[in-house]
Design a binder for this molecule. Structure first.
Ligand code: GAP
Length: 499
């Protein structure tokens, strides 16, 4: 993980946000290589979910939606983490992630959580956990902390209005809090914490505009925001991240079959691009883990350096969301099938609220996973000075690799740069991302492109100018071969298609 983080910075994949100002907790910028990798992952997802399927269409909805969306979905009331303060070391943490301990049992800890602090003894409370940092059972009450980022829409200044309203009044703290909440709520809007809700809210518009027949799906990818209490493991969990979600609408009763289909489909999607399939698994949620809207759920999990963890959730969301939005908006979100027999009446013509299967993936999390999966060291080999050196290589799937091919003039003269640029142009014209690179020695350039995962390097040398041939070097094997320049495009294209 440390090596991946350092390579990400060195080679321009991921930087800490606002680094020159000391960085901003859990915010990251995707550099020149990272933006390509993340986009390639998202494009591959879109291709397999939307372009290659007759039954799924896309959506790109506004990030800020009507606040009532979040009331209906339950996010305003329920999308909250239980927060606790440790009275001993002052750590603020999530109760549901805290280390469990037997209620009533004795625990030892130190004053202030310090290594050489005064030894203390305490009893674990009824809630059955202790502080994750110092182990103290001396904890505050749990408070609900909503994960949605709140802002306001329009030229309103709620703070000014509040100041005027409260000026000179002596009110109890609770009353002030109630008045502030009420005022802020009047103009409050939220940054979406998931891309899913817009696909429920636009269900009827999309179904009618495209005359879609059930089963069908709506897919969306883009930014989501959560004011996460615990941010961890680099870009694994951050406050601003990207999701790739699809809502698949089926007739009630057909959800089990659809869940089976999607859990296999989604696991296989990852396996198609990964090097080490043994690090992926499907895990079914235990009944007590299921979200309130789900009747079943699987996670695609990956074996991260710190253990198995979620990569994607595939939930059977029942008809919960469509029904809730229907109730709250007063607009029916149902589907009418003229041909289907209504199980209640036994007659043709069946109106129902569809059930939903939702494969919900994280694009930023998948970026981390593919970096971890691709990062490798080759066996040591002697370098030009005869010293054994390990080669660092990013074995990214060619479709995910930021550059598909690097074109390298051996030296910056004798018409080599011009010819190399001409070759790059051919790749651009064919829609293949190529990189012209003339900086440093050829050995350093190969090493650089191995480290950013470029699958092929084309080297233009003195002979190229004379006989129209170039050397093609493969990243994983380092094998080199001489090919005609005229064939370079088709050779690379064929190799890209083969995988
Ligand atoms: N609509 C359902 C939903 O959003 P989720 O399990 O909360 O479900 C789906 O999120 C996926 O989004 C996760 O499997 C993960 O890949 C990604 N994700 C969620 N929260 C994230 C965060 N704070 N940072 C990065 N990725 C996150």
């Amino acid at each position: 993980m440390k090596e991946v983080i350092s390579l990400s910075k060195q080679r321009g994949f991921v930087f800490q946000s606002s680094e020159i100002y000391g960085g901003l907790k859990s915010c990251y910028d995707y550099g020149p290589l990272g933006v390509e990798l993340k986009r390639n992952i998202m494009n591959e997802w879109w291709r397999s979910m939307v372009h290659e399927r007759e039954d799924i269409v896309g959506l790109d909805a506004s990030i800020i939606m009507h606040p009532r969306v979040w009331e209906a979905s339950g996010h305003l009331a329920g999308f909250a983490d239980p927060l606790v303060d440790c009275r001993n070391c002052k750590e603020r943490f999530r109760a549901d992630k805290a280390p469990r301990a037997q209620p009533g049992s004795d625990v030892d800890y130190t004053e202030g959580g310090k290594k050489r602090g005064k030894p203390l003894k305490g009893k674990v409370g009824e809630r059955g956990y202790v502080c994750p940092v110092c182990g103290s059972p001396d904890l505050s009450e749990e408070r609900k902390f909503n994960l949605m980022f709140r802002t306001s829409l329009g030229p309103v200044d709620a703070m000014q209005e509040l100041a005027e309203m409260l000026a000179g009044k002596s009110l109890p703290a609770e009353e002030i809090r109630r008045l502030i909440d009420e005022k802020v709520k009047e103009s409050a809007v939220y940054l979406r914490p998931e891309t899913a809700q817009a696909m429920f809210v636009q269900f009827a518009n999309i179904q009618q505009a495209l005359a879609l027949k059930i089963p069908f799906g709506i897919a969306q990818m883009g930014k989501s925001f959560r004011n996460e209490v615990t941010v961890e493991h680099f870009i694994f969990r951050s406050c601003e991240f990207e999701q790739m979600e699809m809502e698949y609408f089926v007739e009630p009763g057909k959800q089990k079959e659809a869940l089976e289909h999607w859990k296999t489909e989604r696991l296989n999607w990852y396996l198609r691009y990964a090097n080490d399939g043994s690090r992926f698994r499907l895990r079914r949620h235990a009944p007590d883990e299921l979200a309130h809207y789900a009747d079943d759920c699987y996670d695609v999990e990956y074996l991260y350096p710190w253990g198995w963890g979620e990569l994607e959730g595939i939930a059977s969301r029942t008809d919960y969301d469509l029904k809730k939005h229907s109730e709250h908006s007063g607009v029916p979100l149902t589907y009418f099938d003229q041909e289907e027999v209504d199980p209640q009446t036994g007659k043709k013509g069946y109106r129902f609220t569809p059930y939903v299967i939702e494969p919900a993936a994280g694009a930023t999390r998948a970026t981390l996973m593919f970096l971890l999966d691709a990062f490798a060291y080759d066996n040591p080999r002697p370098d030009s000075k005869g010293e054994a050196k390990r080669r660092r290589v990013l074995k990214l799937h060619p479709r995910l690799a930021p550059y598909k091919v690097a074109v390298l003039p051996l030296v910056k003269r004798d018409d080599m740069p011009e010819l190399a640029r001409e070759i790059v142009r051919q790749f651009f014209d064919a829609g293949i991302n190529a990189k012209y690179d003339e900086q440093h020695s050829i050995g350093k350039r190969y090493a650089r492109h191995d480290e950013v995962g470029t699958p092929y390097c084309l080297t233009v040398d003195g002979d190229s100018v004379k006989d129209g041939t170039v050397t093609i070097r493969e990243r994983d094997t380092t094998a080199q071969e001489r090919i005609k320049i005229d064939e370079a495009l088709s050779v690379v294209r064929k190799r890209l298609e083969k995988v």
